[in-house]
Design a protein around this ligand. Structure first.
Ligand code: GDP
Ligand code: GDP
Length: 453
């Protein structure tokens, strides 16, 4: 085995399991109660790497684990508190991070020592959270010590689960309990909806929206206005592109060439807003023969702010000559710098040029919108990134990134837990590198920083 493999081997092979979001299990407890020993047990490592010195800094990362075919991520929160000598404040901070990031929390108590004031401080915080908390009485190495575990009922967290992390006693039962307490179904935001993907075709008046819709519908000859007895909303168009059916939302006005009566910009922008919100991905049409305008920018912002996937289509490409091309390139650099991540297609609704590129671009954007990086991978990535380019030092100290997690998809949302405020510039640097290394093509992404004081 090479060093490389040792570094990436953070647990069992999970490649055959369904690619659902792995729930996060956080292990909380005072130094020396046996958290890392327990983590090693949970992830199925034979050799526990345990430091004997209390409070020694360990470079801890989240680990992928599998039990009964269910994949999850185990995080040892202890490493976040390198100088915590069991102080109540330190364990309280751990508990708060666990509440914010985990789906299930394991509180480890050293049953040989019993519950201390610091343990009780953690219990008070965990009590307030809505997350399931599993109380582990560790170091119950034999049947005789089970009474020590029973004493922990007094904490009010329910049944203490007696475990010997060191010898493995009770760890299988504990894993069953952990699985039992995991969220049954994935969060609503990654439940895959059935039916055609929903597309909004938007852009300022006269960019060619209805021409494009007619072109797309005409070419593939599958337009459904309304289907009796189905849930198809009559204002939508079902169009087959590249052997998939897509639902173009709120296209009634475009299709019938009934242009908005007054055409006020305010009204147009409301229509755009409702179409974008009803959609998963938006195609923003720009007129390539004209300068990118403020109105174009507003439509683009509506899509980004709504958190939808985005494809930019430069229409009327048949009118673009070499001269125009030169200026357009410069406009793109200047005006679209904040959304370089959106796939771009150069099309002509009139001639049909390159409209076949639309469906692949939509698929790419939707894939980026739904992309998820496992917690373990994300944290290895962020430690590497920070080691290579640390946060600038402010007042003699640099804030540390303790943990990073992807809190959601559609669009991807990330949370960075830090030991202090991060420079906005550094956050942008992280976002840029996240895109460089993982893609997220076609999707806005959000990074939230939670700084611990
Ligand atoms: P952490 O600081 O909470 O991560 O604790 P460690 O996992 O480093 O364990 C601290 C010490 O407790 C080590 O010497 C372990 O070998 C020991 N330990 C951990 N689990 C058990 C257990 O179940 N029984 C006994 N007897 N010792 C344990
Ligand atoms: P909408 O207001 O965004 O729905 O735009 P329309 O589809 O009504 O198009 C506005 C005008 O642009 C019409 O005169 C179209 O014929 C013209 N147009 C649309 N697409 C193209 C194109 O690809 N090339 C050219 N040259 N003209 C186009």
């Amino acid at each position: 085995m090479t060093d490389d493999q040792v570094w990436t081997d953070t647990g069992p092979d999970t490649s055959d399991l369904p690619d659902e979001a792995a729930p996060v299990v956080a292990v909380v407890g005072r130094p020396n109660v046996g958290k890392s020993t327990l983590v090693n047990r949970l992830i199925g490592r034979r050799q526990a790497v345990v430091e004997d010195t209390p409070g020694v800094t360990r470079d801890r990362i989240p680990y992928d684990a599998v039990w009964n075919g269910r994949r999850f991520t185990v995080v040892d929160t202890g490493g976040w508190e390198p100088d915590a000598e069991g102080r109540a404040a330190a364990i309280a901070a751990q508990a708060e991070i666990a509440i914010a990031t985990a789906d299930v929390i394991i509180l480890v108590i050293d049953a040989q020592v019993g519950a201390t004031d610091a343990d009780e401080a953690a219990v008070r915080i965990l009590h307030r959270s809505k997350k399931p908390v599993i109380l582990v009485a560790n170091k119950v190495d034999d049947a005789r010590s089970e009474a020590d575990a029973a004493a922990l009922w007094s904490l009010g967290l329910g049944e203490p689960h007696p475990v010997s992390a060191l010898h493995g006693r009770g760890s299988g039962d504990l894993l069953d309990v952990v699985l039992d307490r995991m969220p049954e179904l994935p969060e609503a935001d990654y439940a895959t909806e059935s039916g055609p993907r929903r597309v909004a075709l938007v852009g300022r008046p006269n960019v060619g929206k209805s021409s494009l819709l007619n072109r797309l519908a005409g070419e593939d000859r599958v337009v459904v206005d309304s289907v009796a007895g189905t849930t198809v909303d009559p204002v939508d168009s079902l169009i087959e592109l590249d052997s998939d059916t897509w639902r173009f939302v709120d296209t009634a006005g475009l299709r019938k060439r009934v242009k908005q009566a007054s055409g006020t910009e305010f009204y147009a922008s409301l229509r755009t807003q409702s179409a974008v919100e009803a959609a998963e991905v938006a195609v923003v049409l720009l007129d390539a023969s004209e300068p990118i305008s403020e109105q174009d920018q507003r439509v683009l912002s509506q899509v980004v702010e709504a958190g939808r996937a985005l494809v930019i289509a430069f229409n009327k490409w048949d009118l673009v000559d070499e001269d125009r091309r030169y200026y357009l390139d410069r406009e793109i650099d200047r005006e679209l710098a904040r959304i370089t991540w959106a796939p771009r297609v150069n099309i002509s609704a009139s001639t049909g040029r390159a409209v076949a590129k639309l469906a692949p671009a939509l698929r790419t954007a939707l894939a980026g919108w739904e992309q998820r990086i496992p917690t373990g991978e994300l944290n290895q990535w962020i430690s590497g990134l920070i080691a290579a380019r640390p946060h600038p030092i402010r007042g003699g100290k640099a804030p540390k990134v303790l943990f990073m997690t992807q809190a959601g998809i559609r669009p991807p949302k990330f949370v960075l837990f830090t030991s202090g405020r991060l420079d906005p510039q550094y956050v942008r640097f992280i976002e840029r590198r996240l895109r460089e290394d993982f893609g997220f093509t076609g999707s806005p992404i959000a990074i939230t920083v939670k700084a611990r004081e």
